[in-house]
Write a protein that binds this ligand. Sequence first.
Ligand code: ARG
Length: 272
Amino acid sequence: MKSMIVCLLAVVLCIGCLAGCGSKKAASPLDKIKDAGKLTLYTEAGFAPYEFLYNNEVVGVDIEIMKEVAKEIGVELVIEDVTFDTICASVKAGKCDVGAAGITITEERKESIAFSDPYTSTAQYVVVLADNNEIATVEDLAGKDIGVQQGTTSDFMIEDLINDGTLAGATSSGYTAPAVAAASIGKLDAVVTDKLTAETIVANNAEKYQCFKLVKADGSDAAEVEAYGIAVPKNSPDLLETVNKVLERLLADGSIAAWEEKYNGIAKGLEG
Ligand code: ARG
């Protein structure tokens, strides 16, 4: 009799526990951020004007955007400067809450993470020495040594063009940042990177470099138009909705365009 009561009690307890567990919804990514009191952002601060170091601080357009997102959520923004090619994987693995690093929205990346609505569009540019007159189109990169930032759309594009034979004899090297790659031009023939970043590199060393949009010999674009998005983990609709709401406001009131101009100016003033 005694053991039956114990058994019954155990069953009742178990059912109670299961019911309790079932009724408590798992905390959403946004709830977790609120509970922690901080929004952890991964970025790569070698990409002016979107993120770069200024007076030992990471500043730029993406940082301003994320400050507004943190304010909207009501938490502190924590910024970690990491290598670019780890950002999406870290968002996926939950090592950080979001990634904002001029990240181009691509189908491949969408397989592992979700993206906000686009907030900027860009194109692939090539940086060469000011006196270079050999490279004018993408086909001219055949046989050349090309520098790219590791894990970027520039990296993938050049790799594809080498693999499909368009750039026969070319080699591609991955660097930690576009400006680091540019510092090797001379040894390298060219660096391929996103438009505004290329323009900032040139502006900082106008006597040394020139840059232009990467087009084919027939004048058509060498690469597809790219758009930047904020990377968030998949299955976090509440976080995504908050980011999109803030982006919508910042695009409508002209803040993003104003920050692009402001930080471009600051970055151009830096010693390159
Ligand atoms: N838009 C390019 C990409 O998504 C380059 C981004 C590089 N960003 C950076 N913060 N270094 O691949």
